[in-house]
Structure formats: C-alpha cells, structure tokens
Design a protein around this ligand. Structure first.
Ligand code: URA
Length: 256
C-alpha cells in the first residue's frame, strides 16, 4: 500500500516524522536513486528503494521502546562531530536502530526514552499531550519562596513565558538546595536556564520521570524494554477538550 515517505522513514526507525520531513527538505532522501524534492510524495515500501544520505533504509521491523538511565557525558544525538560518546552506544544487545525521543543535555542524567517507533515518538513530542517531565535539581544557594513562586508562575525565556511549573524544595545540602521540578515543555536547557534566571544555577540535574513512567531503581547507564503497560504510563489521562486558561491552569496546579 502506498505510504507517505516521511511516515515510512519514521516507521523504519530512521527518526521521528517531523525530523524525516526536515531530511526530505534538505534533499537528503532519495527514492529509487532520485532525490526527493517534495514533502507529499507517496512510495510503495515493498517495491521502492529508499536511501537517506546515501544509506539504504531497511523496511520497518519490530517496534522497540526502551527507557535508559542516561549518565552524564553522553550526547542524545545519533552521532557527534566532536566525537563525544552517544547514548546509543549504551544499547548493547539491541540490534534495531533506536533514536532518542527529545533530548537531555550532555551533563544531565536520567530518564531518556529511545524507540524505533516514529509514530510513538511523534505523539510523545507533540505539545498537545503536555507530558510532564519530573526533574531533581541541585542548585547553588537557597532559592527564596518568592523566587520559587515566580518560576512556578512562569518566567520570560527567549521572549516567551514558560508554562506553569510545579516546584518543591526538598532540602539543603553542601551550600546548595535540592528541588524537584515538573514541567511539560522541552525547551533547550530549560530547567538550567530557569534556575539561572533566579540566580541559583543548577549544579546537578537528573530526570526522574517521563509522564508517570519513573526511573525507579534502574542503574545509571542501564536500560529496560517498555511493556504496553509502561507505554500507557507515558501519556496523561485524557483532559476535557476545553482549553484551560494559563492562570486557571496555574491555580489548579498549586492547589494539588
Ligand atoms: N532541562 C535542562 O536544563 N536540561 C535538560 O537536559 C533537560 C531539561
């Protein structure tokens, strides 16, 4: 059956559908030897030969999604021009080509999902699902209740206000403070920039949960395959269709 090229690429585990569209736009994808110049192209996956950057794309195989406890010092890209270790090098025993869903900074640890299921990746990254990510941060100094409240309400980053966050002060240690922070956006270095903005830079950052899926006792550098039950934990229960105004959303969050 004919299928859109970007959907085929994501099903084949090359990347998410959005990233596949970008590859097509950049002229990196060819079908039967001809570079594809338009986004809407449909192909016959069983009969046509697709290449990305000159490399043949194997037809889609079984779908695998894993949860990795990413250590510091690994990049969440598929390759790194600077030669730093990539997270996929930690996936001994998995022969499928998995790609990370979203990113964690080089120096951030914790829950990272990798998959070859492009549709799942697309849903996890879609802003409409507002999937919460829970982090634990060690920051310098002791943020005041007012500064924490300001972060919770939302601050200006790059000219755009952050969505309300849930922040809890867990305690103090070694000249710093430990806090948990829950956000659903995924802006670049968002947690680090939020705390830097109130004058309390992050010293250590770990993502503890993605949706309701928690790292638990998964050792650093280890991964586990996700079951269907685990996958259900990633998505929040359906919300009422009505759009909640951001101030109302904030007051609902703080009442919890
Ligand atoms: N926020 C950050 O600052 N870094 C991450 O890796 C994830 C969220």
């Amino acid at each position: 059956m004919p299928e859109r090229l970007q959907k085929f690429l994501s099903r084949a585990g090359v990347c998410s559908r959005r990233a596949a569209e970008e590859l097509i736009r950049q002229g990196q994808v060819a079908v039967d030897g001809l570079t594809v110049a338009e986004l809407g192209l449909k192909i016959e996956p069983d009969r046509q030969r697709v290449t990305v950057k000159g490399q043949p794309v194997a037809p889609p195989g079984r779908k695998i999604t894993i949860l990795l406890n990413k250590p510091q010092g690994y990049v969440t890209t598929m390759s790194d021009p600077q030669g730093r270790p990539v997270v996929t090098s930690l996936l001994a025993g998995i022969k499928e080509r998995l790609f990370p869903v979203g990113r964690l900074d080089l120096d951030t640890e914790g829950a990272l999902i990798l998959t070859n299921d492009g549709d799942l990746a697309q849903r996890l990254l879609h802003p409409k699902f507002e999937i919460n990510k829970t982090y634990q941060a060690l920051v310098k100094g002791r943020p005041s209740p007012e500064a924490i409240a300001a972060l919770e309400r939302g601050i200006d980053l790059d000219g755009r206000r952050t969505w309300p966050a849930r922040i809890k002060l867990l305690g103090g240690e070694e000249g710093g403070s430990r806090l948990s922070i829950v956000i659903h956006e995924g802006r670049k270095r968002q947690v680090r920039r939020m705390f830097a903005a109130i004058g309390h830079p992050v010293v250590h950052l770990k993502r503890l949960a993605y949706g309701h899926l928690r790292l638990g006792d998964l050792p650093l550098g280890a991964y586990r395959r996700l079951s269907d039950l685990d996958l259900d934990l990633l998505f929040p229960p359906a919300k009422p269709a009505k759009k909640i105004h951001r101030e109302k959303f904030f007051s609902l969050q703080t009442k919890k």
